[in-house]
Each structure stands twice: as C-alpha cells, then as structure tokens.
Design a protein around this ligand. Structure first.
Ligand code: ZN
Length: 279
C-alpha cells in the first residue's frame, strides 16, 4: 500500500481499494474482429483475469472529495473495502460533501447507498450529464440486453436516494484544481478527472488523470488499445478514447490512476503501442 497516497496540486490523493474483480477471458472484445480477439485471449494466457476495483479520496484544506464510491455492501464481503480504507484514513462518511462519479456503473456508484439511505448523508453527487441522461432514458434501457441494465438500476437508486443532491456536470473545471474531461465509450458520458496545481510550473510536472474505466487491463490494452471489454457500451468510441487518452498521458507526462489499474502509473510510448508502468 506504499504507493497509495500522493500529492497533486492542493490535494492529497488516496487510492481506496474496494476489492478485486475477476472476469472470464470471454469478456474480451477486439475492434478488428474474431481473429484479433482470439489472439488477445492467447496473449492473456489464462481463462480468467483479476483487476482492482478502486475509488479515490482527495483531501485538502476544504475537506474531502471522493471520486467514485466503490461497491459498498452490494457485491458481498469480497468487496466494499473502500469503506474501511476511508475509515483507516480517518475519514467519516458524514465528513464527505462532494462526490464525483466517473460513470454510473455499480462498481463505481453502489457504495453511495446504504440500503435505501445515503451512505454519505451530507454529500452532493456530481455526475457527468451525458451519463445521467443515458442511464435515466427508458428507451436506452429497453435497447440494452437485460443482463447489461445494471447502470439503469443504479441511476434509478441514485435519483431515489440522493434526489435533489445530484449535480450534473459537463467538461471543464469542477472544483479548484480538478477538471472534468469527457472520455466517452465505456459509457456514453464516461469522464475522467485531471487533478493538478493552478501553478503552471507545478502542474506541468505533477498532474494526475483519474481516468475511470478508460483502461481495465493495463498490460493488454496499453499494448493494443483496440482490445475492449464486453462492458463497453460503445466499443468503437471506447477504442478512440483509449488511444487518445494514452497518447495524451504519454505526451503530457501525466500520472494516471483508474477504477481498475493498480496504483499510480505513467504511460510510455513504445514502438507498437504504449505501456503502463508504476509511477
Ligand atoms: Zn468499472
């Protein structure tokens, strides 16, 4: 856990590990079709894979901001450890007044709920507006296969439990030193948050992009950004976003962290693609 706290701009950023998600290699997809997909499965070299489920606490003099909220108790005892990680950091749920969501999927938002009550009784929830619009649209829900409607259920719970405390956000500055960036594809309004100092000299060499689910598998998807997961709502857009974001992060020298990659990382360009290395 040595690599789980760092300072960016005015914030101390704490990675809160919620659990470890295991999935079958069957969920891998590839923009170039079946042969390329089969090759990706061979490179993976195992029938299942595991990735972190992370959320983040950003602490400054004004309080605590969360980016995503983990799974709470919804996914059982193997998950939900973000809550104990918050406790270990000396943070109580009642202290948190601002929560930013990268997107409305269960592993990022179910931790907002305590049954039918808010787990964070004093928090406002900042949601990318396009994600909110999509996951509250009955027609979009109907068009989605039954097994993939989890986000719609989460959005309904969010409305029911947080109601008037939901804030819809677009691109640009959300709070001092935090900029929302639209990274669409995984979900229609999927967003990342760029955390950096207002001082250009500091910002240039010490910026953090919390990129949500832009990359799930750090090794595979950096070397071949055309590899996606079946959970991507719009796989083609997710590929373009992944390529552009890896390029931006490599060029700008940003530190990156996310919902499913481990620790604080950097992106390096290679002859064939990119690699994600610990920062
Ligand atoms: Zn996720």
């Amino acid at each position: 856990m040595a690599n789980s706290v760092r300072r960016f701009g005015q914030y101390e950023v704490i990675i809160l590990r919620d659990g470890l998600f295991e999935a079958s290699a069957d969920v891998l997809i590839h923009a170039d079709g079946d042969v390329a997909r089969q090759r990706a499965v061979e490179v993976l070299g195992k029938p299942t894979f595991q990735v972190d489920v992370n959320c983040f606490a950003l602490r400054d003099a004004d309080g605590i901001i969360l980016v995503d909220a983990g799974t709470g108790t919804a996914w059982g005892p193997k998950y939900g450890h973000a809550r104990s990680a918050l406790h270990d950091a000396g943070i109580t749920p009642g202290q948190i007044q601002r929560i930013l969501l990268t997107h409305i999927h269960g592993d990022h938002a179910l931790g907002l709920f305590d049954g039918d009550d808010p787990y964070f009784p004093n928090a406002e929830i900042y949601v990318p507006e396009r994600d909110f619009a999509f996951f509250t649209d009955p027609a979009a829900r109907e068009a989605m296969p039954e097994a993939r409607r989890g986000g719609f259920k989460v959005a309904a719970q969010l409305q029911q439990i947080y109601g008037s405390r939901i804030r819809r956000i677009g691109e640009g500055q959300v709070f001092a030193g935090i900029e929302a960036r639209t990274l669409p594809g995984h979900t229609p309004g999927h967003a990342g948050y760029l955390v950096r100092s207002d001082d250009p000299a500091d910002a240039a060499n010490n910026a953090l992009l919390i990129w949500g689910d832009t990359v799930h598998l750090a090794g595979l998807q950096a070397s071949d950004p055309k590899i996606g997961l079946a959970f991507d709502v719009d796989p083609a857009t997710a590929v373009r976003t992944r390529q552009a974001t890896l390029e931006d992060a490599a060029r700008e020298g940003w530190v990156v962290a996310g919902g499913h990659i481990s620790g604080f990382c950097r992106v390096q360009k290679t002859s064939e693609g990119y690699q994600i290395v610990q920062a």
